[in-house]
Design a protein around this ligand. Structure first.
Ligand code: GTP
Ligand code: MG
Length: 273
């Protein structure tokens, strides 16, 4: 890794931060960092062995920030090496591959690993997380859509970006916003600004959208038993419609979930006498 951001004399005090990358093997963590720091892309897979470390300087507002980047290996084999490096982190780049559902499903386990290693006194509240939905250039193979990823990230108060290390799409925007958020946290005395931790939708809305997305049929979608009456269908529908109506719900994916609920109700009522 090489320092590559333009350098400029800063009036503000310089700052030193530590950021780490996290996510399954082969999702593109090293390539995202390489794209940003070296402006290039390597298509051959070179697995990170344990940890790769680099330093770069960036200018954010009036501050010069010295960034220590610890690029982690995603393979389970390197767990013992990784667990040394979670502490004293200000920012996490959490990456999954949009064409690989397992890498998205694994995000929770990555948070658990980090929390475990930080121990009972470790505080993750003041760490800035950015989720990168990577490899968006491979549109044909995409199986995790934007609203699903965004919903997961935003319901945790994390930043979310769609990226491609191959084309460079989203990479500088992601890093700029990431560093700005870290700087805000540092300038707020180590606390995440309120806007960053408060999602603009409720947990109930997020959970309902996820449940609807994973439902196996129209009954399941409305949360009622097969064979339920017209009244029960309408009651369940009304409850969901109030929760997810696009005028009331801004959670990612709410519009599709609302449409799906409308269609489920129509389909069920057609067959109930
Ligand atoms: P580990 O170090 O093993 O944890 O993997 P990693 O997450 O660092 O993955 P790495 O950056 O090495 O990339 C893995 C493979 O995916 C390589 O073959 C890359 O060329 C490829 N790759 C990474 N990012 C992209 C991308 O945005 N688009 C495409 N098409 N391929 C990518
Ligand atoms: Mg790597």
């Amino acid at each position: 890794m090489e320092a590559s951001m333009p350098k400029r004399k800063e009036p503000g005090k310089s700052l030193r931060i530590k950021v780490i990358s996290m996510g399954n093997a082969e999702v593109g963590k090293s390539c995202i960092i390489k794209r940003y720091c070296e402006k290039r892309f390597v298509s051959k897979y070179l697995a990170t062995i344990g940890i790769d470390y680099g330093v770069t300087k960036v200018q954010v507002r009036d501050r010069e920030i010295k960034v220590n980047i610890f690029d982690m290996a995603g393979h389970p084999f390197f767990y013992e090496v990784r667990n040394e490096f979670y502490k004293d982190t200000q920012g996490v780049i959490l990456v999954y591959d949009v064409g690989q559902k397992e890498s998205f499903d694994a995000l929770d386990a990555w948070l658990v690993e980090m929390k475990q290693d930080l121990g009972p006194h470790g505080n993750m509240e003041n760490i800035v997380f950015v989720v990168c939905a990577n490899k968006i250039d491979c549109a044909k193979h995409r199986c995790v859509d934007e609203s699903e990823g965004r919903l997961w990230a935003e319901s945790k108060g994390f930043l979310y970006f769609e990226t491609s290390a191959q084309t460079g799409e989203g990479i500088s925007e992601m890093f700029q916003t990431f560093y700005l958020n870290i700087l805000d946290v540092c300038e707020h005395g180590g606390k995440r600004p309120a806007t960053n931790s408060n999602a603009s939708f409720t947990k109930e809305q997020a959970d309902t959208i996820r449940r609807i997305r994973n439902s196996k049929d129209s009954w399941d979608m409305l949360g009622i038993k097969p064979g339920a009456s017209r009244d029960e269908v309408n009651k369940a529908y009304r409850k969901l419609a109030v929760l997810l109506h696009p005028d009331k719900c801004v959670a990612p994916g709410s519009e599709d979930a609302f449409k799906a609920v409308v269609n489920a109700r129509t389909a069920l009522l057609k067959n109930i006498k």
